[in-house]
Design a protein around this ligand. Sequence first.
Ligand SMILES: [Zn+2]
Length: 288
Amino acid sequence: MLSISKTAYLFCILFTTVYSVVLPSGCNQGNEPQDIDNAIQDAVELARAALAALTSGKVNGNENVFKGAYNPLFAPEDRLEDHVVLHRSNRYWVDKDYASKPNAKPMPIPIGVGDPAKGLKPGAFGSYATLGYKFNDEYDTEGHGHIYIAENRRRPPTNTFRDVRRYPDIVRDGLDPRFTALENIKPLAQTMLHELIHVAGGLTDPDPNRKNKRDFKINDGPSNDKTYGWMKCNKRRKTRKPNIHIADCITFLAQAIYLQIGGKDTYWTTGEVDINTLRPKHIPRQTS
Ligand SMILES: [Zn+2]
């Protein structure tokens, strides 16, 4: 069983910040406010399920189901960078990666109720946010994250050749026989989760060689080799390239963990399952 990973930390940040970062934004002026609200809820559900699985190393109490979701995308040694630490006072947690600009002091993370001495981590109760958002020091965006969801995701065309039902509906009603590959299951919440992961990951330090520009720490992979989709993430994993800083790989991990069809063990080891057995569909050829 693996211990808590960076991914787990990220999901923890994600589902505790999502309410404070996203919901009050009030800039959702589209015609589909209900769909967007549902997608946010579902993204949080996925994050919650992923966090539980990553901390226990199990899905449905089963280690092998977890491995089916995790191993094709991440390495066992993709562990937590310990930048969320207990403050000297023992009274609250601080994120060492997040320092306020004027005095470079670490920004405390309030944890609501709960006692750090009892091992309670930030987010164990209630919400908190650690995002101080500056794309560079000339453009201070005052601590806001902003997510825009593209038109064709909010209102997918009818000929979209993917399963765009909500995650909870897919789990309850079963897989669509046309879309039994993870890659082809793409609810609105998947995009929402992907974007939230960028936001939750925060920004790099300013780069003096690039006019102090900052980048997302969780990005979409190398600029000459953008990484979207389970297949691409799995390909990287097979060639031992790390996926821990890639938003879509983290998103697909959550999707694989959450999509336990009808509550039954669902093995996403090969990225596609047999609709009847929920076992891996194409067993990869042995390399000998
Ligand atoms: Zn992205």
